[in-house]
Ligand binder design. Structure first.
Ligand code: ADP
Length: 332
């Protein structure tokens, strides 16, 4: 028989107190003239996490970031950035934040090292302190050999990495990145992802916007999908997928012999004849039918009898949720 345990042994080991949220947004509204482009957004970032804002063009992502950073005044709502009220003490708060803007705005007249030095001065850092940090920042960016290179001589990926390194000059608690990998090739994107993961492991909180669902799925602990200035869905990538869409997808394309109809046709004609009976929901986009289901077995058995059609069976992903919530129509 085991001895009864005393209350001391039963109590859970003490954990360090949670760090305060680096960004709290409540009821954020932003109007330009009479148009509300942000319409009541609540966000809470947890210290040390990666949080992603997803949304089609014009959804309000950049405006939300700009309000959060105190770069534009909100029309209503409250914002706390690194514990400081924004916009009232935005300047002080921004001293503890690193920003990677959508467009690289490195100074073309300076070398890589000079860009870091000049940027560090904005934060009131002494030249000696910045110079001591430059080798570490260049190494982080994989640009050790480009210390004295001019900005024009750098590739797009190198410029992005230098902009990221520059945003770290003040050792920020929160790193904000607006579409950090837009325009980069896959190799350059992977390198940026590795660096961001390294920062997150080290305790930096990361807030990013992106159009890439795979990027959001790979990096984020939590995300919010925005459209028309509102949050349509939020949670961890898994929660968002599980909560908003059927778990399996069969994409059907190719030629359909259509022996039931005189004409036959493509996957769209096939879907109109069969998809409703075999799936929970389906959408036709161009020449592909997207079938969303809980149980794909009957659909796959049917497709095996349709030689002209080809298909891809896969688990549902964030892009499926995004398209379901925001629609397939082009923006911009
Ligand atoms: P996203 O970053 O999600 O693409 P934005 O926040 O840039 O979206 O824009 C949201 C909406 O606000 C868009 O309709 C855009 O045209 C409008 N908008 C953004 N900035 C301004 C501005 N300075 N003046 C007027 N409208 C603006």
């Amino acid at each position: 028989m085991t001895a009864p345990r005393d209350s001391a042994t039963l109590s859970t080991p003490s954990t360090p107190p949670a760090r305060p949220s680096p960004l709290l947004i409540h009821g954020l509204v932003k109007r330009y003239d009479d148009t509300e482009v942000v319409r009541g957004i609540d966000l809470e970032l947890r210290a040390g996490e990666c949080f992603t804002l997803l949304g089609p063009n014009g959804a309000g992502k950049t405006t939300t970031l700009r309000c959060a950073l105190g770069l534009t005044a909100p029309s209503a709502g409250s914002i706390r950035l690194c514990g400081e009220p924004v916009p009232e003490r935005a300047r002080e708060a921004r001293m503890r934040v690193g920003i990677v803007p959508q467009m690289d705005n490195l100074d073309p007249d300076f070398t890589c090292a000079e860009n870091l030095l000049v940027y560090g001065r904005y934060f009131g850092l002494a030249d000696a302190e910045i110079k001591a940090r430059i080798p570490e920042l260049l190494a982080f960016a994989g640009l050790e050999n480009k210390r004295d290179a001019r900005i024009q001589s750098l590739s797009g990926g190198m410029k992005r990495r230098l902009t990221l390194a520059r945003a770290l000059v003040n050792r920020p608690e929160l790193l904000v990145l607006d579409e950090p990998t837009t325009g980069l090739d896959p190799q350059a994107r992977h390198l940026i992802w590795d660096r961001l993961k390294q920062l997150i492991r080290g305790g930096t909180t990361v807030l990013l916007t992106t159009h890439f669902m795979d990027e959001a799925e790979r990096l984020s602990d939590h995300l919010a999908i925005l459209d028309n200035g509102r949050v349509l869905a939020g949670g961890s990538p898994r929660e968002v997928i599980a909560g908003h869409i059927e778990p399996q997808v069969v994409e059907v394309f190719g030629e359909w012999s259509g022996h039931e109809t005189a004409a036959g046709g493509g996957a769209a004609a096939w879907a109109n004849a069969h998809a409703a009976a075999l799936s929970d929901r389906f959408e036709i986009s161009g020449e592909t039918a997207f079938c969303y289901l809980h149980d794909a077995a009957p659909m796959l058995a049917h497709l095996a009898t349709q030689p002209g059609l080809r298909y891809l069976h896969r688990p549902a992903n964030l892009e499926d949720v995004f398209l379901k919530l925001t629609g397939r129509d082009l923006r911009d």
